[in-house]
Design a protein. Sequence first.
Length: 58
Amino acid sequence: MKFHVTLKSDVSRGTFYWVCDVEAASEDEALVAAQHLFEAQVESSEEWTFADYDVEAA
């Protein structure tokens, strides 16, 4: 089954979201798969670019 997973992490200087699609047998397995994909992506941060943004006056 395919799942669309959004992970949210509040870090010291902001909030980080990771959104991905994974194949898994359950929601719990989808969460673990998404976490593993995030960890693999962090290791290759040289390919990171921001394709979208929103800026508002605070």
